[in-house]
Design a protein around this ligand. Structure first.
Ligand SMILES: [Cu+2]
Length: 137
């Protein structure tokens, strides 16, 4: 798969002068660039400390602009590892984790704490809510 991508890159470099000479250059190239890093949006619902419907992985490609909108039925302190992003969630109010996926890898999204005040407590399980996978281009 990597080899195909590499070949595609080489091919596009080799073909560029052809497109330019055909007058297809600038628009063709900017279209290709626009498609190469996508805007990805995900909606995640947390009910009773679980993701509903069960979602284990959010999968994106390196370079993508990622937006994860989370809505929970109780207050929570969320943490996306790797990108080290924190989100304090208020019950039933959508919260957003936004980042450019410039680090490839598999990163857990964890709830470190649930609830507020008297009912607040650390998350019992260390199982992440889900994983964000950033795949190399
Ligand atoms: Cu964490």
């Amino acid at each position: 798969m990597l080899c195909i991508l590499r070949m595609a890159t080489i091919a596009s470099v080799l073909l560029t002068p052809v497109f330019v000479s055909l007058g297809l250059g600038p628009s063709f190239l900017s279209l290709a660039i626009a498609q190469s890093s996508e805007s990805r949006q995900f909606a995640v619902t947390i009910k009773q400390r679980k993701v509903i419907p069960p979602t284990n992985v959010i999968s994106v490609t390196k370079g993508d602009a990622v937006e994860i909108v989370l809505t929970g039925d109780e207050a929570a302190e969320l943490h996306l590892h790797g990108y080290d992003l924190l989100l304090s969630l208020t019950p039933n109010v959508p919260g957003k984790i936004q980042f450019t996926a410039n680090i490839a890898g598999r990163f857990p999204l964890e709830a470190h704490r649930y609830g507020t005040g008297a009912q607040s407590g650390r998350s019992r399980s260390d199982r992440p809510l889900l994983y964000v996978e950033v795949h190399p281009r």
